[in-house]
Structures are given as C-alpha cells and as structure tokens.
Design a protein. Sequence first.
Lengths: 154, 154
Amino acid sequence: MSKTILALLTALLLTTSTAVLAASADERAQTAAETRQGLLKVVARYFGPIFLMAREQIPYDGDVVKANAEKIAVLLPMIPDLFAADTSAFDLETEALNNIWEDLDDFNAKAQTSAEKASALAAAAANGQGAAMQAFGELGGACKACHDNYRQQN
Amino acid sequence: MSKTILALLTALLLTTSTAVLAASADERAQTAAETRQGLLKVVARYFGPIFLMAREQIPYDGDVVKANAEKIAVLLPMIPDLFAADTSAFDLETEALNNIWEDLDDFNAKAQTSAEKASALAAAAANGQGAAMQAFGELGGACKACHDNYRQQN
C-alpha cells in the first residue's frame, strides 16, 4: 500500500477514534466502553419508533417496523465483538456489569437470542399489526433478559 | 399489546436512551448527536484491525477483513437515517458541519458510496492481500471525501 494512502488512513482514524492508535490500556478501555454504548444508542434509535407505535403515539407503519427491525437484527450480532474486551479492571463510566466477562458465553447467547427476535419481528411485520406487536414484545423481553443480568439497575 | 409488555418496553427505553421519550428538543438533538457519533465509533472499531494490517502492525487475515468489511457495509447505510435530524440550530459538542443539512443529498450520496466501497472490500478479501488493500484504500478515500466536506477539520 502506498505511503500516501497509509497517511490518509492514519489521519482518518486519528480524527475518528483514538482506539486503534491508543497508547495506553486506559484509553483503549475507555474507547471500548464508548463504542459499545454507541452501538446500543443506534439500536435504541431504531427501536424507538416501533415503541411509539406500540404506545399508539404514532400510527402503525409496517414498512418502518420491517426496516427498523432489519437494522436492529444486524446491529445486535455486533454485541459479542464489542464486548469481547474485558474492561472490568478499569475505572469507567459504564452500566455494564463485570459479570459480563465472568459469564461471557451466556451474555453472548442472550445477545444472539435478541438478534433472532429482531429478525422475527422483521418477518412478522408483513403479517399485520397484531403479529408485529407480539413479536416486538418478544424482542423487548429478550433485551430485558440481558439487561436484568448484565446491566446496572437504575 | 398488554400493559405489562408496554411497561417493560418503557423501562427498557428509559434506561437505554432518553431519545424516544425526551421531553425537549434540546434533549432530542443531544441524543441525535450522540447516536450518530456512536455509529461512527462502531465503524471505526471494525475499520481499525484492517488499518493495522495495512500498516503491517498485525498479520494480514483475509477472514477478518471480510467479516469487518461486511459489518462496515451494513453500518454505513445507517448514516442517512441518523443524520436526518437537522441539529444545526442546537448548541452541541459535535464535529458535524452544518452544511450537512444544506447539501443533504450529496452527504447521503457520499455515505452510500462509502458503503459500496465497504461491500467491494468484503468481496476483494477473497482475492488476496493486494486486492484487499487496494479496496481498503478506496474505502478510506470514500470516507475522507465525506469528512473533508462535512466534518470539522482538527
């Protein structure tokens, strides 16, 4: 690879994230926490409109349910990648409980179940509001199962 | 939908994100900014290892290139969704330039081009290191084209 392209890529990453080029373990842990929080903010972004439909605050729209559930279904399988780094030894602003890394297989399995429920919701969107909302409830339950075990309770 | 499930979903969103239930426009804008920043942190997470291969700091691994490029290729098409909310009127900690919302079609087209370059990288990973690194350079160039126009220069 040419030095010009490498310089371009270096500049790109330095302005996007210090994670890759981070000098210290503390910086890497901080970036890991921000990255996984970032992922879940994006999940919430797509979850939100379906939730407002469930609360009947906005009209039901099967196309939006399908599109958003498909996004959630590709985001949730990234959870194992983004939680692979065990940050339990670091002093971070995080609601992630340290037992994630004690029970990582179970944590990852719960993330996988959630992803499957999101795919099921995307499929159910074609079957009308009743089917979609039932599938949405199951997705919410799968999210909650993971939060109850691995996220600080507020 | 039962009240129990609705209560569950409400609790879930309240602990995940204030975005959906946010009372004020300021809060919604803040969440929008954090959410789009979160997306790009996840992109950087998958970009990083390929970058380290390009710098020859870690050994080339075509499987990782393919897997990570596939993740990037599904993340980048979320950019238009996450930047749809025009936050230029708000006082936010952001490097997003206000001309994003003046030239939104061009901004979205550049995001789309980047996504296509990520898909091309995933495909090129099967063709060996040389082809992959060339495709990676093109992805980096597509990222830069958007940053140069729409992101504050540091």
